[in-house]
Write a protein that binds this ligand. Structure first.
Ligand SMILES: NC(=O)c1ccc[n+]([C@@H]2O[C@H](COP(=O)([O-])OP(=O)(O)OC[C@H]3O[C@@H](n4cnc5c(N)ncnc54)[C@H](OP(=O)(O)O)[C@@H]3O)[C@@H](O)[C@H]2O)c1
Length: 437
């Protein structure tokens, strides 16, 4: 049996405490699988006296995670603090500089600094593993980086935020408003007190930026992601989607197009019969489309202590199994210095179907004017549904247009024109339709 793998863990919150618990409870099994023991020899968190319900007696305590990264006698540094900059970045940089392997669950850190950190890791010949940073327990990084070698990926998309998927599922199942479902999610611990980061799409964008880099071999470019959240989705949208054979999901989508790579996060209509449409509640899913494999869909728990710990422990076990001196594969699938510059596709060039919901003043000429704006922008319609909707008052009608494939630019021009014509009240709702198997 080889020498024990010495692990230092910074951050003992939801994920960190679960990782320690799994490493303790599954020690014998992990030893058999890895051919050596995996031992937590050092830990760090803010409060030394907090009862975390985990056995830490044999681990050295560090108040400062950077000191742990630099000075503790460890082989692997596990960062489970969180945050894009500050202490998380400082301690990961210190660990890499000291030649330690690093495991992290921190998508914010990697979305902002992933390429620079990967360059450091590759230069030192150590691993930087981050399976838990995207879709929690779903092994998507390993699948894309290792199991899909030789595949050319054309599109990757997914439900990457459990909070948003929980809210949209409850809106559909229980007919409740966005605000009521959000309040419920907060009560159940699925949403933060300040939910902006989740519901406006930032969390999905961080994860998507890492998938984009893996899929297309480009430098991470989270700042270039087109983003819309779910806070303006209403019951009227959910009901109309259902009638038309769609469900609404917040998707992160990265896709290669003629003009560059699209990265977008927005509420999306997916066909009810598609596999991704069946993914409900806090569950996550990632679909990967390739030339050799076709479409693969992975789904499972995207957050929570145990699910996330499963991915972190898998990353640690990979390091335990690697032979000393083994040449490690690059962090983002290609050597970090060879990642291509990210070429952003213009959102206005996005091609696809669109759902447009209008509240129309029911008077002569209104419908003709709408049809004229559509025709003027070369938009052909797959369906038109009208409701004389009591909610909207006697002289209002809800009109739902579903377009055949068109462009974002054409839809924006048409909708601007319709608004200017003065036949609609309320802001028109526009939701993109995504092709899905
Ligand atoms: N929770 C999930 O379901 C989930 C899923 C996927 C990925 N992640 C990622 O995993 C990471 C950890 O998330 P979490 O939910 O476990 O967070 P958390 O519960 O808030 O835990 C954070 C931990 O970091 C410690 N910490 C904070 N500042 C510190 C400092 N200056 N020095 C030392 N320790 C410090 C805290 O110490 P105290 O305990 O003493 O306050 C706490 O133990 C984040 O990057 C997150 O994005 C989480």
């Amino acid at each position: 049996m080889g020498e024990a793998l010495r692990v230092g863990i910074a951050g003992l919150g939801t994920v960190g405490a679960s990782v320690v618990r799994v490493l303790t409870d599954k020690a014998a099994e992990l030893t058999r699988q890895c051919g050596r023991e995996v031992v937590v020899v050092a830990v760090s968190a803010r409060d030394r006296n907090k009862d975390r319900g985990i056995a830490l007696a044999d681990a050295a305590w560090f108040d400062d995670p950077v000191a742990l990264a630099k000075k503790a006698e460890i082989d692997v540094f596990v960062e489970l603090i969180g945050g894009e900059t500050g202490i998380a970045k400082d301690c990961v940089e210190a660990a890499l500089a000291a030649g330690r392997h690093v495991v992290t669950a921190n998508k914010a850190l990697l979305a902002a600094n992933g390429v620079a950190l990967a360059e450091k890791a590759e230069k030192r010949g150590v691993l930087l593993n981050y399976e838990a940073a995207v879709a929690g327990g779903i092994p998507v990084i390993k699948t894309m980086r290792e199991a899909m070698a030789g595949n050319t990926i054309s599109r990757v998309f997914g439900i990457l935020n459990g909070t948003c998927n929980y809210i949209l599922t409850r809106m559909e199942e229980d007919g409740l408003s966005f605000a009521d479902c959000l309040a419920d999610a907060q009560r159940l611990g699925y949403a933060e007190a300040d939910p902006t980061f989740d519901i406006e799409g930032h969390d999905t964008a961080h994860k998507l930026s890492l998938l984009t880099s893996l899929a297309f071999g480009t430098r991470i470019s989270a700042g270039d992601i087109y983003m819309e959240g779910i806070s303006n989705i209403t019951q009227a949208d959910i009901r109309a989607a259902g009638e038309l054979g769609y469900r609404i999901k917040l998707l992160g989508v990265a896709q290669r197009t003629e003009s560059g790579i699209e990265q977008r996060v927005h509420p999306t209509m997916v066909p009810t019969a598609s596999v991704i449409a069946q993914v409900d509640g806090v569950t996550n899913a990632v679909a990967i489309e390739t030339d050799i494999l076709g479409e693969l869909l992975l789904s499972g728990p995207g957050a929570g202590g145990n699910a996330t710990a499963s991915a972190v422990v898998g990353d640690i076990a990979d390091i335990a199994k690697a032979s000393p001196g083994f040449q490690h594969g690059p962090v983002f699938g290609r050597p970090a210095r060879e990642l291509a510059p990210y070429k952003r596709a213009r959102m206005r060039a996005h091609a696809g179907g669109y759902f447009i919901r209008l509240t129309v003043i029911d008077r002569a000429g209104a419908f003709a004017a709408i049809a004229k704006r559509m025709a003027a922008n070369d938009i052909s319609l797959e369906s038109i549904v009208q409701h004389a909707n009591g909610e909207n008052g006697a002289d209002r009608k809800t009109v739902i247009l579903v377009t055949h494939e068109t462009t974002e630019a054409a839809v924006r021009k048409a909708v601007d024109g319709i608004t200017r014509d003065g036949h609609v009240v309320d802001t028109p709702q526009v939701i993109r339709i995504e092709r899905a198997e």
